[in-house]
Ligand binder design. Structure first.
Ligand code: DC
Length: 225
């Protein structure tokens, strides 16, 4: 199943909880873009330079640990799960993810990981581009202020000097870029269920999604993926 939406909508929390409840694998595709962005930053590469990115992609291995209870991201054999969780890496991920060459490579990897179904995949283009045949598609949204508050809570302990205002600006800049890019922009798939989590708890969102999955599997008489 596919969960898409803007930064701070609650995708990761909810996707992990749904995967745990169903015994499905979990795929955080944003972490893949973040891992690549981290390498691009370390190597001082221009994120708009297609041939430099191609070179990096050829010598880069990104692996996700798909256990929702302890998801991990490995970059060239090193665990970068913690290092990629900064606002700066998020911005760079948003920039490199606008490049067609990057998206094609990531989408191939994601489809390979998704083979066999029984996976909860979260990102920006899961329901629209990578898994257009997913049985259940969710578009999770929330007001920009709510999303910024959530992001701020997540990052405040780790990023000295961070303010809520700066986080809101950061979230909005990233959303704009993710929605306006030419390749695979963030948008709601026509057949996705939209859930606004502004006033909902994570567990209420999870319950709503599980009800949707139940309804779909009763309709189809099979396990949904
Ligand atoms: O979900 P996240 O905040 O970790 O994602 C970081 C960036 O990666 C996001 O701003 C856009 C990009 N991304 C993408 O383009 N497509 C995806 N499927 C997932 C993330």
């Amino acid at each position: 199943m596919a969960i898409d939406g803007p930064a701070g909508a609650g995708k990761s929390t909810v996707a992990k909880a749904v995967a745990k409840r169903l015994g499905y694998r979990y795929m955080d595709t944003g972490a893949m873009y973040r891992a690549l962005a981290w390498k691009v930053m370390r190597q001082g590469v221009d994120p708009g330079d297609e041939s430099a990115l191609e070179e990096i992609l050829e010598s880069t291995e990104v692996d996700l640990g798909a256990d929702a209870a302890s998801p991990s991201v490995m970059l060239d054999g090193a665990d970068v799960s913690g290092a990629i969780r900064t606002a700066e890496v998020g911005q760079m991920a948003s920039r490199v993810s606008g490049m067609g060459i990057v998206r094609r490579r990531m989408a191939d990897l994601q489809r390979a990981m998704g083979r066999g179904g029984c996976i909860v995949a979260e990102g920006r283009d899961m329901g629209t581009v990578v898994f257009p045949d997913a049985d259940v598609k969710i578009y999770l949204d929330a007001s920009p202020e709510t999303r910024a508050r959530r992001r701020f809570k997540e990052l405040a302990g780790r990023e000295a000097g961070l303010t809520l205002e700066a986080t809101l600006a950061d979230v909005m800049r990233r959303d704009r870029r993710d929605k306006e890019r030419a390749v695979a922009p963030l948008r709601q798939a026509d057949d996705a269920l939209r859930i606004d989590s502004t006033t909902l708890s994570a567990s209420a969102v999870v319950d709503r999604i599980l009800r949707e999955i139940d309804a779909k599997s009763n309709e189809d008489g099979r396990t949904v993926s």
